[in-house]
Design a protein around this ligand. Structure first.
Ligand code: FMN
Length: 160
């Protein structure tokens, strides 16, 4: 099978488009992440797959904490900016005027206007090719009770 078909096959998995946030030395950064899934119900655990080159990768491996914020379908600009610019060069939270809410347990804040925020503490991490898989135990969470649609990506396009 050619490389393009392999790529399209893998992108036929449906992606939940989220933001992963971390804070270090008072600096809050967020990045778009879609390779995220729940891996345990009790305790509630998620896995996130983060490329080693990401600024967020260093922040999570050094602080052991992160927040997953699930985006709504209206958050396309946020997903695009946070998925293409690095926190090494730009303050994405400030640039996009994203509202923050103090977290209950971890240092990185929750994000306003998302479907849900899950505060996670890293309980394990595994190398996977060019990525690191961080297992996060959910230590606190909130949900938006409004009727908001999630942002979902399939084969590189948003599903409406
Ligand atoms: C829709 C979408 C999904 C993404 N999912 C991931 C992901 O799961 N893991 C990852 O390492 N990068 C992912 N990225 C790329 C990062 O968001 C991007 O490289 C970002 O600029 C990294 O920011 P940072 O350097 O501030 O950490 C995704 C980008 C987009 C647009």
């Amino acid at each position: 099978m050619d490389k393009e078909s392999l790529n399209l096959a893998s992108r036929s998995l449906v992606w939940p488009v989220c933001l992963v946030g971390a804070i270090q030395n008072e600096k809050h950064n967020i990045m778009t992440a879609a390779w995220i899934t729940q891996i345990s119900a009790n305790p509630l655990q998620l896995i996130i797959s983060i490329d080693k080159s990401r600024y967020t990768h260093n922040m999570i491996s050094e602080t052991g904490e992160f927040v997953v914020s699930i985006l709504g379908s209206e958050h396309k600009e946020i997903a695009a900016v946070c998925g293409s610019r690095s926190g090494r060069n730009v303050d994405k939270v400030k640039q996009l005027k994203i509202g923050t809410i103090p977290s209950a347990v971890v240092k990185a804040p929750r994000l306003a206007g998302c479907l849900a925020n899950m505060e996670c503490k890293v309980v394990a991490q595994y190398p996977a090719g060019d990525r690191t898989l961080f297992v996060g135990e959910v230590v606190a969470a909130d949900i938006n009770k409004e009727d908001q649609k999630p942002m979902i990506m399939y084969r590189g396009k948003y599903i409406e």
